[in-house]
Design a protein around this ligand. Structure first.
Ligand SMILES: Cc1cc2nc3c(=O)[nH]c(=O)nc-3n(C[C@H](O)[C@H](O)[C@H](O)COP(=O)(O)OP(=O)(O)OC[C@H]3O[C@@H](n4cnc5c(N)ncnc54)[C@H](O)[C@@H]3O)c2cc1C
Length: 380
């Protein structure tokens, strides 16, 4: 087996792995980017609500709210052509069962200096259910356009070599270097490769613990949810967004510049929950090696994905709208959403980057939100 030497091996070709690879290559480092699937950006970086967080969403986690705002401006200015910033975005509080009341929400927004304007009447909304409605400033990034942009960026960067269809077989430390062996399933005959590097960055999100285990470093305390994002359109609601805070409610908002609205709800988006370190679900079967707890697959493409909950999500969200507002469900995407167990306390979504081994070096990059890609610069 030929050995190839790299300054960094980045594992995981979502937005965090692609950003880390391109950031390091711009600094002159030679990078190998390893991705399990046949294309980059097929999982959480594609299947999400596309909310460019400004902080509104986290009234119980000032830290997450403040971090959202810290990176928002830079993310927007560097991705302007992929950000939808000209739609009306509303936040609302349900009259029943909210963890936040209007006074708390207003104080929270004032504390972190994010704009809000209370709206007392609006023909599109049902004020019998809404205790308070606010016009806010929140934007939406376009995951499909971001996927194209980052895929082209890593493909065209001479210092980055992208390996797709990767199956990691072995990782061993030897002095200050990692020796990583993997195969590429689609190559005929299937090829076996051996990379040598002083530094590994694990950016595999739902597969974080499987990769940590292969490198013999500590696991993170995670939970995993098999999640559905439904895509809908509405002639009456058009290109607007509504998020109902804070508790078992939901959100409907533009999915970037696509013309579609992404629909999700706390009660129905998450079909299955795995409290194990690895994402373990009853739809994973031994006969299908493309998805296992230690190597999860692409849920949207899977014939065993859950039956859509879009009708239930719509029934829940419909209560917040006037009777004249109708929605049509077109299709859904599915993926695994992974969270730090500690997030259950305050619903925060921190991005955690930890150096889990000093020599050879191993960084674990577990992301909370897309606009926190820049966190990698603080450490590496
Ligand atoms: C349902 C949902 C809604 C969300 N909504 C928002 C939102 O509105 N706004 C926001 O900012 N964030 C949101 N997030 C969070 C955000 O999407 C994630 O934080 C971010 O996309 C994670 O990016 P990533 O690159 O770390 O992971 P991913 O995009 O999942 O990429 C990880 C990659 O690693 C690959 N991989 C896994 N195992 C291996 C292996 N062994 N070898 C090689 N490659 C491997 C995978 O195939 C995958 O391509 C949401 C997430 C979900 C799931």
């Amino acid at each position: 087996m030929d050995q190839q030497q790299f300054d960094f091996v980045v594992i995981g070709g979502g937005i965090f792995g692609c950003y880390a690879a391109s950031y390091l290559a711009k600094k002159g480092a030679k990078i190998a980017l390893l991705e399990k699937e046949s294309r980059l950006f097929r999982k959480a970086s594609l299947v999400n609500q596309a909310r460019l967080h400004s902080g509104y969403h986290y009234p119980r986690s000032l830290a997450t709210a403040a971090l959202s705002d810290e990176h928002k401006e830079r993310f927007t200015s560097e991705h302007r052509q992929f950000v939808h910033s000209s739609f009306e975005k509303y936040y609302a509080i349900d009259r029943f069962g909210s963890f936040t009341d209007p006074l708390q929400f207003e104080r929270f927004c004032a504390r972190i200096h994010i704009p809000f304007q209370r709206v007392d009447a609006h023909p599109l909304f049902n004020f019998n259910r809404l205790e308070a409605l606010y016009l806010t400033e929140e934007h939406s990034f376009d995951p499909v356009l971001l996927s194209r942009y980052y895929s082209e960026m890593v493909d065209n960067e001479p210092l980055i070599t992208v390996f797709l269809d990767v199956q990691l077989n072995r990782a061993l430390p030897d002095g200050d270097k990692w020796h990583i062996e993997f195969s590429q399933s689609t190559s005929l005959p299937s090829s076996h490769l051996h990379l040598v590097t002083p530094t590994v960055i694990n950016a595999t999100y739902a597969a974080t613990n499987a990769v940590n285990a292969m490198f013999g470093v500590d696991r993170l305390a995670l939970t995993h949810e098999l999640s559905e994002i439904a895509f809908v359109v509405s002639r009456e609601f058009g290109d607007r967004g509504l998020t109902v805070m804070d508790g078992p409610f939901g959100s409907i908002m533009p999915y970037g510049l696509s013309g579609l609205l992404s629909l999700s709800s706390v009660a129905y988006t998450h079909h299955k929950i795995s409290y194990e370190d690895l994402p373990q679900f009853d739809c994973q079967i031994a006969e299908d090696p493309s998805c296992r707890p230690n190597a999860p697959g692409i849920c949207t493409d899977c014939s065993r994905r859950p039956v859509s909950n879009a009708a239930k999500m719509l029934a829940q969200m419909r209560q917040y709208f006037s009777e004249s507002v109708q929605f049509e469900h077109l299709f859904s995407y599915y993926t695994i959403k992974s969270k730090l167990k500690s997030s259950y306390i305050d619903d925060g979504r921190p991005t955690e980057i930890s150096m889990l081994r000093q020599s050879p070096r191993f960084y674990c990059l577990f992301s909370g939100k897309i606009n926190s890609i820049y966190e990698v610069e603080k450490i590496v």
